[in-house]
Design a protein around this ligand. Structure first.
Ligand code: HEC
Ligand code: HEC
Length: 456
């Protein structure tokens, strides 16, 4: 590994981790514990009243509720500070939406919540160093059919996905009770877009939000990632965890804090899967790129079933203020695949390539990002991107290119060389977390470079 790269990784690591160690443990732990305690109290007492409701229903089915009632009671007593217990209490109240999750309403909810084994509330852990061990206990997935999102989770699709070594993915988010999504409006509020108008339409999720992403091969789950908005700390408010699925698909267990590699038998083949470290999560999900990466109007402006999912989410009242219509233009699918058939006409090559780089590169290559020398966001015009005939600043093994991008010459462009053939974590782009080259994505970058005749 090149010394320079090493330094950068380490420096980064120390920045994220050193800071997390120094401040989060004390800083986050204290106020958050207080928050949980407060929540536990109010939710717990709510649970108590829900018990009354269940009792008064008096249906046989609710008898089993009594056992659960005990759990809610624990929440009420406040003697059990565990987030999971508080969650059970919340379920009892029917406030957290877990009740609605059961698909039933009102009184049925009191009983309905009780039928489900007690799980966490699908909320960030009080102590970021003590995440819930089993996915089934988090409350983020359906405890009966663990490969399904819990029903209060809101599934969504993106137009241009991150390449994840060939895995299929599914995504959802769980908002905290009464939490709303803020959509950045760079025209009306330039101050919320310090990196320029290209961040227009970026979504901001409230504290308490849990983002969920599943990774599958041949329909078998290999990993579920939870990315959680744990505190309002602008730099370290989010924390991420991976869960490693068993081949029987009955449970997923928290991945270690450090990187992990497993051979996973899908029943059809064995795939090698690399679980990122928790620091890796934050290296990509850097606060300077917005922490969450996918959700923004241009990424989610997409028909899902018979409706545009932005319309669906607006109707569900998920936004502080819904994105204005007409919606910001949709990003394009860079190439045909699991998400659909790409429009391969020359007219859209530029949009496909930019959509690809936006999703796969721009969370680091942006004005205040990890490598801010160039800007690969979709809305940044080529003339402003800082790549065309611009000299490289870094070296890496087997990289011979001396310009980031040379018009009409992909083979001599560092962008293409970096994305094309390097070993993961050793000069290959994206800089971390990818070990299989995205041949189709690399081809889109090559075609795009070759289509540019001169620098603007
Ligand atoms: C190589 C960079 C990279 C690493 C490492 C990474 N992610 Fe992501 N992640 C992304 C990108 C890019 C997206 C958005 C595109 C998509 O959804 O396909 C994303 C999306 C997500 C989402 C959906 C919400 C969102 O922000 O778009 C979750 C949840 C998530 N990642 C969790 C994690 C967790 C937890 C870890 C660590 C265990 C992790 N990620 C590591 C790049 C990364
Ligand atoms: C996780 C953050 C991250 C992502 C994602 C990422 N890069 Fe990088 N990139 C870096 C860092 C950090 C460097 C500087 C260190 C190095 O040279 O490896 C870099 C360096 C580069 C360089 C060399 C720059 C120079 O001046 O020599 C090129 C070209 C490049 N990246 C292209 C890309 C492309 C194309 C993508 C998307 C396919 C991408 N990067 C995705 C972080 C990232």
């Amino acid at each position: 590994m090149h010394a320079d790269d090493n330094y950068l990784q380490n420096a980064l690591g120390r920045r994220v981790y050193g800071a997390a160690m120094a401040s989060s443990r004390l800083w986050i732990a204290l106020p958050f514990a207080a928050l949980v305690a407060a929540n536990g109290c109010s939710k717990g007492s709510g649970g108590g009243s829900a018990t009354g409701g269940a009792g008064s229903t008096g249906s046989g089915g609710n008898t089993g509720t009594a056992g659960q009632t005990g759990v809610a009671g624990q929440g009420a007593s406040g003697s059990n500070g565990a987030a999971g217990q508080a969650g059970a209490g919340a379920g009892g109240t029917g406030t957290a939406g877990q009740t609605a999750g059961g698909g039933s309403t009102g009184q049925a909810g009191a009983g309905g919540a009780a039928v489900v084994p007690p799980t966490g509330p699908c909320a960030p852990p009080a102590d970021i160093y003590s995440p819930i061990d089993k996915l089934s206990q988090t409350g983020c997935m359906d405890p009966v059919t663990l490969t399904k999102f819990v029903s209060r989770a809101v599934p969504y699709e993106v137009n241009s996905p991150l390449w994840s070594d060939g895995a299929n993915k599914s995504r959802a988010f769980v908002l905290p009770a009464s939490g709303k999504i803020h959509v950045k409006d760079c025209q009306a509020n330039p101050s919320e877009c310090p990196q320029g108008a290209a961040d227009d339409g970026k979504w901001v999720f409230p504290v308490g939000t849990v983002m969920i992403k599943n990774f599958m091969f041949d329909g078998k789950f290999v990993e579920t990632r939870l990315f959680m908005h744990q505190s309002d700390d602008a730099m370290m408010g989010w924390v991420g965890y991976g869960y490693e699925w068993n081949e029987a698909q009955t449970e997923a267990t928290i991945a270690p804090d450090s990187r992990d590699t497993k051979m996973f038998n899908t029943g059809m083949r064995t795939v090698t899967w690399n679980y990122p470290s928790r620091m890796d999560c934050l290296t990509c999900h850097d606060y300077r790129g917005g922490s969450t990466i996918g959700p923004e109007t241009a990424q989610l402006n997409r028909m899902v079933g018979t409706a545009n999912q932005l319309d669906t989410f607006a109707a569900m009242n998920l936004f502080e203020t819904p994105p204005a219509k007409p919606y910001k233009a949709a990003l394009l699918l860079p190439y045909s695949g699991q998400l659909g058939t790409a429009d391969m006409t020359a007219a859209t090559l530029d949009a496909r390539a930019r959509s690809y780089m936006h999703a796969n590169c721009s969370f680091c290559h942006r004005p205040q990002g990890q490598f801010p020398n160039f800007d690969l966001r979709f809305d940044t015009p080529l003339a402003m991107a800082g790549i065309c005939n611009v000299a490289t600043k870094k070296t890496a093994p087997t990289i011979t290119a001396t310009k980031i991008m040379v018009p009409a010459d992909h083979a001599d462009s560092a962008m293409w060389q970096r994305a094309h053939s390097m070993t993961g974590d050793n000069g290959r782009m994206p800089a971390i977390g990818s070990y299989v080259v995205d041949d189709m994505g690399v081809q889109v970058i090559a075609d795009w470079i070759d289509s540019i005749t001169t620098c603007p």
